[in-house]
Write a protein that binds this ligand. Structure first.
Ligand code: BTN
Length: 326
């Protein structure tokens, strides 16, 4: 925690005024240093009132995914505690995270952007983000497990995001194989995992999450309205992006630690319980062509098992999935 974090926490958890002197004593810094930090916070978009003899009083935090907002009451051991890189705008948090991974950045580092100018989706597609309305961030991982388990990471992340949405907003978002989240039949979240290898082990994995949070229903581009939605459009009211981001990070860390210690079966069990894919007729589009079948189960590696119209079974490890909801 930085001095700025400590000042902010003291002010926002206090009932009223706090003198500069009490803050300075609490932190072991000068009153001048406190006053400078408060000025910086106000420049960042916080509203902190100061008055002669009374000191400082907290009014409001900006609706920005600032590191100070993410760290505030964040209940994690590693994720978000190792460094948070925040950008008002950048091409892609996954690209920046990959560069940082190659320069030795540790596991648990987060890369958060209010807006991406070149957001990337799966299979070379673009990911459009709505500036300061959604959540675009990437977590840097250095998993000790085998590269064969990498396909399970996006499933784990999808479960964690779904759990966090339910906890924060009371909305049930279902997981669609391999790594989308839907509300009803519409997408609200996409996940992009990329990795680098060191001989036959994983050097790093970057896990990027794009979540539509506060985009108003009528601001969703008309050509996407049939396929995409936002949490605010579903809930009928805006949500606190910062609280949701914190809950996602906490939920991810819990599931990740669980997978690293107990294996992936508990995650797969949670994935099955939240799945909108299993039990439905689906078409998987792959480079080699399309495959239609009944989505029967997922394997311990996260591949999808289809029962084909001729009764045979086929396991698919990747592809784009179109599913019927009837
Ligand atoms: C998909 O649905 O195809 C995956 C979308 C992933 C988007 C996120 S936003 C944060 C991170 N940075 C990117 O460029 N992409 C991922």
């Amino acid at each position: 925690m930085t001095n700025r974090d400590s000042i902010l926490t003291a002010l926002r958890t206090s009932d009223g005024w706090l003198t500069g002197e009490s803050l300075a004593t609490q932190l072991g810094i000068s009153r001048m240093a406190v006053s400078k930090q408060v000025a910086t916070l106000n420049e960042m978009g916080y509203r902190i009132e100061s008055a002669h003899r009374k000191g400082y009083r907290f009014h409001a935090a900006p609706d920005l995914l600032l590191p100070e907002e993410i760290r505030f009451q964040l209940q994690t051991k590693h994720f978000g505690q190792q460094g948070i890189h925040y950008f008002r705008q950048l091409p892609s948090t996954n690209t920046t995270a990959k560069e940082a991974a190659l320069s030795g950045c540790p596991e648990g580092t987060l890369f958060i952007a209010e807006h991406q100018t070149d957001g990337r989706g799966r299979r070379g597609r673009a990911w459009l983000s709505d500036a300061s309305h959604g959540l675009c961030f990437t977590m840097l991982l250095r998993p000790g497990f085998s590269p064969r388990s990498l396909t399970l990471l996006p499933l784990l992340a999808a479960v964690a995001v779904s759990e966090a949405i339910e906890e924060t907003a009371g909305i049930r978002a279902e997981v669609k194989w391999p790594n989308d989240l839907l509300i009803g039949e519409k997408k609200i979240c996409g996940i992009l995992t990329e990795a680098g290898f060191d001989l036959d082990s994983i050097d790093y994995a970057v896990l990027g999450i794009g979540l539509n949070i506060n985009t108003p229903a009528d601001a969703i581009p008309p050509e996407l309205r049939e396929q995409a939605t936002s949490l605010a459009a579903e809930a009928g009211a805006p949500l606190d992006r910062r609280a949701l981001a914190r809950t996602i990070i906490e939920s991810f860390e819990r599931r990740y630690v669980q997978a690293c210690t107990e294996g992936f079966e508990p995650v797969l069990e949670a994935w099955r319980a939240r799945s909108c894919t299993l039990g439905r007729t689906v078409t998987v589009r792959q480079e080699a062509g399309a495959l239609e079948g009944h989505a029967e189960s997922i394997t311990p590696e996260g591949a999808l098992v289809l029962r084909l119209p001729d009764g045979t079974r086929k396991t698919v490890v990747s592809g784009d999935l179109i599913q019927s909801f009837r």
